[in-house]
Design a protein. Structure first.
Length: 503
């Protein structure tokens, strides 16, 4: 179904056209849920974090900041998104963006551990909702991402970036499609006109970018289903927000790719259809695909822009970009439980997805009729991540009380590698330059604990002990950048652990 709105979003298709703004922390900005369009949760390089440096105790608690955010049922602060080396009119900034269940967006200056700006969206639903339909802002804040597979040539080394200097993005630069080219041309023409009139403020609008820079945006969906595009530097919205989803929908996996915003809804909350949704950011047309998506990331993208969603009924469906027309599907033969992840292996685009019976299915995106590999069953797979080490591909699976690691062999089969120490509510694992960060989410009576594991063998290198004082909300999770790890807890506190910051 397609709807039209008179509001035009031209100019809010948020990407960076400047290389300096695309350069990210430790091998790539963590710009969206799961870190990148493929939801891999993998930061490929970092100048300060590695199994060797963590063994030398070069990792510790950095700071915490409590926000004015009331939890709603199991939801609280979303997993953050990260941007390093933003160049604004006030100089360099490094940011962490997090959403709050009370319809809040808060942006931290991560180097100075202070709030840069915060925004509250009105119109939220009253009351506390239910466990299935908590209401409030539920999905992570996002920045635009590209869908191309990143270059893995420098994987496993001490790359540039972090807090010491910028590095080429390891998660794929945001696209620069036709809409962006038009915006660039308009911006250039505007600057030329201002210069011809002797304008001192050429290229700058209220709260917008400085001379010679395109606007940078961060995006969020508030509890009333409205899509907001805010200046990254100060939270101002240069254009009116646009109705995208039904009010009160349980939203996950918001992403912005190639001039379109995407979101997933589940639980049939407040009468909202479950499925995948697309918003054309130029025309404001909304399209949806009816499904019962599973996993906290909602969906993922292939390198050509196809949208992949796993369903509770046991399908992985490939959808066309923007139109969400069904293109192909894989039938797993049983319920699926994790969002899909995508990766390149031996020249093929592969999809991995977890099932209720504990198995992991590997599918060739070019021939999805049958799986090319399937692991043995076990505890239900709740989330997947992936990384490479020594030219070998690995899949990590969060299974509630542990994380398991699986090697993808040359033949494309799955081979069990190691199992983590016991965890209480394992969040989606994250890999930073060979270090697996495992978050034991805890519960109301047990605080969370962050662990650092050696990706080679799963052995514990470091843990946070009793530092953390609350548990991780259901819509929370890990993010990383600039040699630091971030996550929020149910009490509204954002935590940072990492290598010492040099000022």
């Amino acid at each position: 179904m397609t709807f039209k709105s008179p509001v035009t979003l031209l100019g809010l298709v948020a990407v960076s056209a400047l290389p300096a703004l695309a350069q990210g922390r430790g091998g790539g900005d963590w710009a969206t849920a799961g870190g990148d369009a493929q939801r891999t949760a993998w930061v490929r390089t970092d100048p300060k974090l590695s199994p060797e440096t963590l063994k030398s105790a070069n990792f510790s608690f950095l700071w915490k900041k409590k926000f004015d955010n009331a939890p709603r049922q199991g939801n609280g602060l979303t997993a953050p998104t990260i941007m390093d080396r933003f160049i604004g009119h006030r100089g360099f900034r490094s940011y962490a963006f997090t959403g709050g269940s009370s319809d809040n967006v808060v942006v931290m200056d991560t180097d100075l551990s202070r709030i840069e700006w915060q925004k509250h969206f009105g119109g939220g639903a009253p009351g506390q909702g239910t466990a299935t339909c908590p209401g409030g802002l539920s999905a992570a804040v996002t920045r635009p991402v590209g869908t191309a597979f990143p270059n893995t040539a420098n994987v496993g080394g001490a790359g540039g970036g972090g807090r010491g200097g910028p590095a080429k993005s390891g998660v794929g630069d945001p696209d620069e499609g036709a809409i962006i080219l038009r915006e660039m041309a308009a911006a250039a023409a505007g600057r030329a006109g201002q210069a011809g009139r002797g304008g001192a403020q050429a290229g700058r609008g209220p709260g917008g970018p400085g001379r010679g820079r395109l606007p940078q945006y961060v995006h969020a969906i508030s509890s009333d289903g409205t899509f907001h595009s805010m200046y990254l530097s100060n939270g101002e919205e240069p254009k009116p927000s646009v109705k995208f989803l039904p009010a009160g929908a349980n939203v996950t996996g918001v992403a912005v790719v190639d001039g379109a915003a995407y979101a997933s809804t589940a639980g049939a909350c407040n009468g909202a259809q479950d499925g995948i949704w697309s918003l054309n950011m130029e025309t404001a047309a909304v399209t949806s695909f009816k499904a019962n998506p599973v996993g906290m990331d909602g969906f993922s993208f292939g390198p050509e822009g196809l949208v992949y969603v796993a369903t509770a009924e046991g399908e992985v469906v490939a959808l066309e970009p923007k139109t969400l027309a069904r293109k192909a599907a894989y039938a797993a033969g049983g319920p699926l439980t994790s969002s899909p992840i995508l990766f390149e292996n031996k020249g093929k685009t592969l999809i991995a997805v977890g099932a209720k019976d504990g198995s992991i299915h590997i599918i060739d995106a070019a021939a999805p009729a049958a799986a090319i590999a399937k692991s043995n069953g076990g505890a239900t797979v709740e989330a997947l991540s992936t990384y490479m080490k020594g030219g070998v591909r690995y899949i990590l699976a969060a299974r509630g009380k542990s994380i398991t690691n699986h090697k993808v062999t040359d033949a494309g089969t799955l081979e069990a590698s190691w199992t983590s120490p016991a965890l209480q509510g394992a969040a989606k694992p994250m890999v930073v330059n060979g270090v697996v960060f495992a978050l034991s989410s805890g519960d109301k009576s047990t605080p969370a604990v962050l662990y650092a594991l050696d990706s080679a063998n799963g052995k514990e290198i470091w843990n946070s002990g009793r530092t953390i004082t609350s548990f991780v909300p259901r819509n929370g999770g890990l993010a990383a950048g600039g040699s630091a790890v971030y996550f929020g807890t149910h009490d509204g506190t954002l935590w940072a652990f990492g290598a010492p910051i040099e000022h």
